[in-house]
Design a protein around this ligand. Structure first.
Ligand SMILES: *[C@@H]1O[C@H](CO)[C@@H](O)[C@H](O)[C@H]1NC(C)=O
Ligand SMILES: *[C@@H]1O[C@H](CO)[C@@H](O)[C@H](O)[C@H]1NC(C)=O
Ligand SMILES: *[C@@H]1O[C@H](CO)[C@@H](O)[C@H](O)[C@H]1NC(C)=O
Length: 344
């Protein structure tokens, strides 16, 4: 019951308000590009004495004997236009209504730049500030700057109270770089958003920058592994790591093999044998940003132990011979495979 009273009270007020100035504007609000033409109509909704536009540009003066009057400004060459339509009523009273006008200008340019003067490869974990310069845009309060990273919008900047004349605006985006950003494109985009029936002018994007991010090696299969040797089965020790710049790999072998290498006076070991013996193997992936080591415990499968005991014996006595005879493979992606069957 109370609600009904309040509600009907509101209706009465609203109705009373609308009867005070019997004016209809078409369109009710104008958004116009600087240099284009503006056209608006004002008409009376009931019988009147006279009607007219008062405006610094395109004013009409009072017209009698008509019920509508047009305002035409061609071209619009001012940033502030505040036209008013007024009506002289039969009763002798006058009433006035403003036509809201927004004069806009799309940006001259939109430029993305790093806080340092030039683009350089970025380091993972460091924080960077990028700026987006929007030159000569009006009105800034309707400007929106959006930041995109790898097709996702990551920041929206809106501006308030910057006045009607063209200004330069700079939006900043600060972020901590991670490896996911490597190869991603980043850019900013300036849009004027008017909330009007007319479509907004198209967004102006900056040039996109493709980021280069440097980061230390990380193994694709990260944890240490225990691998079993089986007769006739190929086995791969996968040391592949991601990293930028691309990692360099080195391997460390069990004492028995290591000693053999030393005898041969090989100093740099970035190779892998065509067969393995049980023991602890490790590989190290390194680049300018760090290094990482992974361990492989190579164990013989239970049913193959006897065979392996024999192999170890042979190897121990003929180690040098085997080293020379066995073909070695180096894989640039950090993995290698061997076939236990092939050595017997
Ligand atoms: C204004 O009125 C004129 C004449 O009545 C009409 O041709 C024109 O389309 C109207 N313009 C707008 C914006 O309503
Ligand atoms: C806006 O930037 C442009 C280009 O950087 C410059 O020429 C102009 O003077 C700047 N205008 C203002 C109002 O700062
Ligand atoms: C891998 O093994 C090494 C040596 O056995 C050890 O120091 C390291 O913590 C292990 N790493 C992982 C991820 O288990």
């Amino acid at each position: 019951m109370i609600w009904l009273v309040v509600f009907s009270g509101f209706l009465v007020c609203a109705a009373a308000g609308s009867t005070t100035c019997p004016i209809m504007m078409s369109p009710p609000r104008v958004v116009v590009r600087y240099g284009d033409s503006l056209l608006a109509n004002c008409s009376a909704t009931h019988e009147i004495e006279g009607i007219g536009w008062e405006s610094t540009y395109g004013g009409t003066g009072l017209k009698t004997g008509v019920s509508s009057v047009s305002l035409k400004i061609d071209p619009v060459k001012a940033w502030v236009i505040e036209p008013q339509c007024y009506i002289n009523e039969v009763s002798g009273e006058q009433c006035v209504e403003n036509l809201p006008v927004t004069v806009y200008k799309t940006p001259e340019s939109v430029t993305l730049s790093p806080s340092t003067n030039t683009w350089t490869p970025m380091n993972e974990g460091e924080s960077y500030v990028l700026s987006c310069h929007v030159v000569d845009v009006a009105p800034a309060e309707d400007l929106r700057v959006c930041w995109y990273k790898g097709n996702y919008m990551v920041l929206i900047d809106d501006y308030k109270d910057r006045g009607p004349v063209p200004v330069n605006i700079t939006s900043f985006y600060k972020f901590i770089v991670d490896r996911e950003n490597n190869g991603m494109k980043i850019w900013c985009e300036a849009t004027l958003k008017f909330n009007s029936i007319e479509p907004d002018p198209p967004a102006m994007p900056s040039k996109a920058h493709e980021m280069v991010v440097l980061y230390p090696p990380t193994f694709i299969k990260s944890s240490n592994e225990t691998v079993e040797l089986r007769s006739g089965k190929t086995l791969a020790l996968n040391c592949t790591a991601t990293g930028n710049p691309a990692p360099v790999y080195s391997w460390d072998f069990p004492a028995l093999i290591q000693e053999t290498i030393k005898k041969e006076n090989v100093t740099e070991v970035v190779w892998t044998p065509t067969f393995l013996l049980p023991g602890e193997y490790s590989c190290t992936a390194s680049n300018s940003h760090g290094e990482s080591t992974k361990y492989f415990s190579v164990v013989e499968a239970a049913e193959d132990r006897t065979t392996f005991a024999a192999i170890v014996g042979v190897f121990a006595s003929l180690g040098v011979l085997l080293l020379i005879a066995g073909p070695f493979f180096v894989a640039s992606n950090g993995s290698f495979s061997f076939n236990k069957g092939s050595i017997i």
